[in-house]
Design a binder for this molecule. Sequence first.
Ligand SMILES: *Cc1c(COP(=O)(O)O)cnc(C)c1O
Length: 369
Amino acid sequence: MNFVDLSRQYERIKENLNNRLQKVFSSCRFILGEEILELENKLSEFVGRKYCVTCSSGTDALLMPLLAWNIGHGDAVFTTPFTFIATSEVIRLVGATPVFVDIDANTFNIDPNKLEEKIQQVLKQNKLTPKAIIPVDLFGLPADYPKILEIANKYGLYVLEDAAQSFGASLNGQRTCSFGDVSATSFFPAKPLGCYGDGGAIFTDDEEMYNLLLSIRVHGQGSNKYENVRLGINGRMDTIQAVVLLTKLEIFEEELESRNFVARLYNEKLSNKVITPHIPYGYVSSWAQYSVLTESPEEREMLLTKFKEKNIPTAIYYPIPLHLQKVNSDLGYKVGDFPVAEDVSKRIFSLPMHPYLTESEIEMIANAI
Ligand SMILES: *Cc1c(COP(=O)(O)O)cnc(C)c1O
């Protein structure tokens, strides 16, 4: 059994995919081929944004908007400590300071009440200038945007949605990748919509931001590639990856339904054994991960050993919160600073999750507990 089974999906799409790939190979338009624009149009329509800029990874999708806003030294960017390292990494890469805010114990997403407290604290200390918030839609569940956007408005902060795990999810009928000023997603193979390598996309409704991102994606180009007007990166997506995504997008809605079916079955079979995911009213997850909590760290150890004996793959997202990572040690955080995130990191684990899990496999996984 695989944690994420990409081969079953490949069996389903391979004929269509191989035909489309052949076209790219014979056209030789490997960089910014016409399929890139076709994909960008389809993606922006899917999420309900005006503009989409595809790019080289989810990490670069987070980095490029920060470059566009000129966020850097002396600026504070508020985010969650319970996420993948890329979220704080990009803040540090531009020279700004990540200011962590503890998570909600039920959703594992940034806690809006603590967010406002943290902003006021930074303002009072008067050392850093609050500039932006990066909420993360963890495991595919959108963050609490109604509250976050209200706070962002009140304090004049940009919101960059880290939707790397939540492509396809929604909140009150509105798709992720459409919240805040700019949204970033990832098409890493194991994400809900994945390509066959690295890839990502950025979404915005702001035309000026769109043009800045197009420039930053190609080394800060001006009117052409060899006139460079700002700092940028090599941030393009390969045409081949766009073709993979165009092919997968055709079956994506169906796959989202299957993911939700798998999650419902897991909930039914596991809710009396572990703490199953909490999806608040109005929210639909894209189930990048199906993560449960045990009562204690010891119980997690015991269950993970059982799964291992039965050859059922599991994972821990995330064993070390970002404020306790060595790379962030110079920020001065210590154990106890974010009690909710620290507690959750000791009791959480994830089960296999993908649209092609069968009922009997789910049954077998649930019975292992
Ligand atoms: C995967 C992920 C990223 C980075 O995406 P890559 O495509 O791997 O660069 C950023 N943030 C979160 C929350 C992620 O899960």
